[in-house]
Design a protein around this ligand. Sequence first.
Ligand code: HEM
Length: 227
Amino acid sequence: MFFGITSVLLIIALNLRLTFGRFLKHLPEPEREISADNFKEYINWIVRWKLSFLRLKTWDRALDYLINWAKKEYPGWAAWVFYGLVLSYAYLALSGFIFAWFVPRGLFGFPLLLHVAAGALYAICLTIILFIKARVYLPDKVAEKASKESSGFYCPFLRKSWPRPYFQAAAFWVFVLAGFLLASSTLGSMLPYFNYPAQIFFFHLHRWSALASVLAACLAIDVMIVE
Ligand code: HEM
C-alpha cells in the first residue's frame, strides 16, 4: 500500500515538474513564472498534448523520433542494443508496476515468467550500454560539456537554467545503479542461499529500485531524448 501510493505520487510529481519546466521554457523570459494563469495554460497544454496521443499519427511520429535519436546516439549495431533495452524495459516496468498497483497477490504466472525473461535481455543490453556510454558520463567529461552549455534544465522556483549534462549524468548513473540493484535483488531472492527475512528484504529492494529506475528513466527522456 505504502509503496503503491508513494510510487504513483512520485512518478506523477516528477512528470508534472518536468513538463511544467518544459512549458515555461517555451514562454518569453519575463513571463516564466509560477502563476495561476501559467498554470491554467499549462493544464490546457498538457491535456491537448495527452489527447494528441489518441491519434495513431502522434505515436508514429514519436516512434520515428525515437528511432532517429537512437541511430544518432548509438550508431550501427549499437542501435539494436538500445531497442532491446527499450522494449524489455517497457515490458518490465509495465508488468512490474501494474501488478504492484492493482494485483494484491503480486506478479505471478506467465507475466512473471516473461518478466524474468525480459529481465535477462534488459540486464544484457544495460551492461553493453554501460560499456559504450559510461565514459561520456564521467565527472570530467560532464563538467567540460556543462561549461560549454548556455541554457538547459529550467528551474521555475529559482528562475534559472542549469546545465543539462549534470542531469543527464545523474539520470544515467541512477538508471545503471538501479539496474544493478534490480538484477542482484532478483538473484538474491531466487538463489537458495538466503533465509526468508532476507528474501523479503530483496523483494522490497527490487520494488524500490524499480521506482528509482523509472524516475531516472523519466528524467532521461526529458533531458536526453526530447529536444
Ligand atoms: C534485472 C532484470 C529483472 C528481473 C530478473 C526481475 C525479476 C522479478 C521477479 C522475479 C519479481 C517477483 C518478485 C520477487 O520475488 O522479487 C519481480 C517483481 C517486480 N519487478 Fe522485476 N525484474 C527485473 C527488472 C525490473 C525492472 C527494470 C522493473 C521496473 C522498472 C521491475 C519492476 C518490478 C516490480 C515493480 C515488481 C514487484 C511486483 C509486485 O509487487 O508483485 N523489475 N521482478
